[in-house]
Ligand binder design. Structure first.
Ligand code: IVH
Length: 707
């Protein structure tokens, strides 16, 4: 009986080990979580009846006991080296030239390129195939014993080779290592890390629970591994990739880096699938550079690629400089995160009256660009992260996104930092600010706020709205400051004389800002400035713009291009739109209660009614378009929001494409949005989509969907 139970116990251990491997290393589970839990529970039951059977490689032993007193020290069996850096191809080529002088075999060497994961270097010891001990890198000679914590990382095999006697499925990709080739004692090195997705998810949960969030995956991984409670480590979804054999005894291990990766994989270790071997350095560099551009496709943070000489005996003979082996180099990607000081927080007023905090930074270079300002998102963000003026802050600038503050470096505080108090009054007009319950933003609701008026007019004349060429920000500011206009409708009553006056002022300001180097006396024969006339014509022409452009120009909260189009197809003019109730507005597909209310609110404001009256009497009163029939197709029933610039389709093009296939394009993300179509330089819609877990696709995927 006991015999039978014991063999069931062994069978269970082997099966669970195999399922762990499939799940955490191969990313290819063959049973559900429920079935996995069932096996695990059976194992636990047997172990509680027979504690004498428990071995250290049992899957239940992943959460170990709490070490009582800090971490033990572990002497590494060989030095745990670091790497010299190269910043760009020339640097890497210079490295090769240097080492070729030491040994000319380098000229014919092959190279292996691997991702340089930004995590925590760990050293894993296996005796007779059993994971017996694990350590941090420490100073390279002595590390900390974090065995209990490492046991909780399911990607780390507790027994190697993984996956033989278990009999659960077979591994297609690599052939098993015969026992005769397994060293009695094997020490491997890898990088433990938190995948970006898991990091985001962890922070989302912490935020939901009202707890402090982490700064970045690296710190989180390091913090989770270097703390005394393995239960806590176990609750962090850490994983690892292994890339080096540090030491081996009693067995034969490969002598080239490429074969080492294959060998480690065959033993059941998780190994990167991004590594490649090249016959010359230039190809290795070219490959590295493709990953610099594609680094966001990696599921983890990589701060570069490592280029390694494949022949490990040649690499060893090259020796090292300090702690850096000559046989490999870290090809660093340009940094995207830097720390600097937050000098102050400015508050700007947007077109819709939203107050947005802007970080004033001690200028700092990130990836070749000098950064002086960064986004702080909103006041809640500042409070949640406890960002104080004077703090050292972590700033990120990735790709095309506007630089943003990740959070403060709390440990760097001196005590002189000051908490930030959001303004209670609009910084531009002094009016009290307001807050809507469903939004994080604070608003200045003063329709006559000059800051808003400038933004309003800028929006009204912009290319996507009334498209009045030549009216740039500077001119708009002058128009507002000189009291020539108090709303968008006043633009249409400006005379050529008015426009000449503001043009003069513009020229004067420009001269003041950039005085001519050799001032010459103004000639008596002046060539007439054509700008006022041109502006006058552009404004007059705008009177003929179609209704949807006028609606966009009005800047109704939540009404963008797509909604404006829909409205112009449903209403003959602004008078009929103004008279429609929120309920009736909601009959239009994609128009929810929030936007309906926002439209009704806009038209009910006295000040806006004045604008409409003035527009009408100035002859700016376009008629709506004919209702168009909806097509049926592969996208019927799906709603799409588009953000950023797509590779081939224009804004109108993508709308036409989606609608042509039966889909619907809407302006704003909501829970019912089917997809966000993502292009370059996306806006805040991306964050919103992520937070609502809306599926994100690119243009290619959209085309596939439409088939
Ligand atoms: S090789 C002699 N390969 O980068 C071997 N390192 O300073 C030296 N790292 O501390 C390391 N991914 O923690 C190597 N594929 C990779 C790596 C890698 C990440 C880390 C490692 C080391 C640092 C380099």
């Amino acid at each position: 009986m006991a015999d039978k139970l014991f063999s069931r116990y062994e069978e269970l251990k082997a099966q669970i080990r195999d399922h762990n491997h499939r799940y955490h290393v191969m990313d290819n589970p063959i049973i559900s979580d429920l079935e996995y839990d069932r096996l695990m529970n059976e194992l636990k039951r047997i172990e509680s009846d027979h504690p004498e059977w428990i071995t250290s490689d049992s899957p239940t032993q992943r959460v170990g006991a709490k070490p009582t007193d800090g971490f033990k020290k572990i002497h590494h069996p060989a030095a745990i080296l670091s790497l010299a850096n190269a910043f760009g191809g020339d640097d890497a080529r210079a490295w090769l030239e240097r080492i070729a002088k030491i040994d000319d075999r380098v000229e014919k060497a092959k190279f292996v390129v691997e991702p340089k994961i930004d995590g925590l270097s760990v050293v894993l010891h296996y005796r007779d195939g059993l994971f017996v001990q694990g350590a941090t890198r420490g100073d390279g000679e002595v590390g900390e014993d974090i065995t209990s914590n490492l046991r909780t990382i399911r990607a780390i095999p507790l027994k190697i080779p993984v996956n033989r006697e278990s009999g659960v499925g077979s591994r297609e990709s690599v052939s098993p290592i015969p026992d005769s080739r397994l060293p009695k004692y094997l020490v491997v090195r890898g990088e433990a890390f938190l995948p970006i997705k898991e990091f985001d998810e962890l922070n989302r949960k912490l935020e939901e629970a009202g707890e402090k969030t982490y700064l970045n995956p690296r710190n989180t991984a390091a913090g989770s591994l270097r703390q005394l409670d393995p239960q806590l480590t176990a609750s962090r979804p850490l994983t690892l990739l292994v890339y080096q054999i540090v030491y081996s005894e009693g067995g034969k291990v490969p002598t080239s880096q490429w074969e080492i990766l294959e060998y480690l994989k065959a033993l059941g270790f998780p190994v990167t699938d991004v590594a490649k071997r090249f016959n010359d350095l230039d190809s290795a560099i070219a490959y590295t550079e493709t990953w610099n551009e594609g680094r966001d496709k990696l599921p983890y943070e990589a701060d570069g690629m490592v280029i390694k000489i494949d022949d490990l005996s040649l690499a060893a003979e090259l020796g090292f400089v300090g702690k850096d082996p000559r046989g490999a180099i870290a090809f660093k990607f340009p940094a995207r995160e830097v720390t600097t000081t937050l000098l102050g927080i400015d508050v700007e007023v947007g077109r819709t009256g939203v107050l947005t905090p802007k970080a004033i930074l001690e200028s700092v270079e990130i990836n070749g660009v000098i950064v002086k300002n960064a986004t702080l998102h909103n006041f809640d963000f500042i409070a949640d992260k406890d960002i104080r003026v004077g703090d050292r802050v972590l700033v990120k600038r990735a790709g095309e996104v506007i630089p943003y503050i990740i959070g403060p470096i709390v440990d760097a505080r001196t005590g002189k930092e000051e908490s930030f108090q959001p303004p209670t009054k609009c910084p531009a007009c002094g009016q009290a600010v307001e807050h809507y319950e469903s939004e994080v933003a604070w608003y200045c609701v003063n329709a006559a706020c000059p800051a808003q008026l400038v933004r309003n007019i800028e929006h009204f004349v912009s290319r996507g709205a009334m498209d009045i060429e030549g009216l740039g920000t500077e001119l708009v500011k002058i128009l507002v400051e000189s009291n020539l206009i108090s709303d968008v409708a006043d633009l249409f009553t400006l005379t050529i004389k008015d426009l000449s006056v503001i043009n003069e002022e513009l020229n004067r300001r420009r001269r003041e800002k950039h005085p001519p180097k050799n001032p010459v006396k103004p000639s008596t024969k002046k060539t007439p400035d054509k700008r006022p006339k041109k502006l006058f014509n552009a404004i007059s022409e705008a009177k003929n713009q179609p209704l949807h452009r006028l609606i966009i120009g009005l800047g109704i909260h939540g009404v963008g291009e797509v909604m404006a189009n829909d409205l112009s197809r449903n209403f003959i003019d602004l008078d009929t739109l103004a008279k429609t109730s929120a309920e009736d507005l909601q009959q239009i597909e994609g128009l929810g209660p929030n936007i309906a209310e926002s439209i009704v609110d806009w038209f009910s404001l006295q000040i806006n009614q004045e604008v409409l009256k003035k527009l009408k009497s100035a002859g700016v009163w376009p008629r709506g378009e004919e209702k168009s029939e909806r097509k049926e197709g592969a996208l019927t029933g799906l709603t799409f929001v588009v953000t950023g610039t797509l590779p081939t389709l224009t804004r109108d093009g993508v709308k036409e494409f989606i609608e042509g296939n039966g889909g619907k394009v809407i302006d704003n993300i909501s829970k019912t949005t089917s997809y966000l179509v993502l292009g370059e330089k996306p806006g805040s819609k991306l964050d919103k989509a992520k937070s609502l877990r809306i599926q994100i696709i690119d243009e290619n995927e959209l085309r596939k969907l439409a088939n």
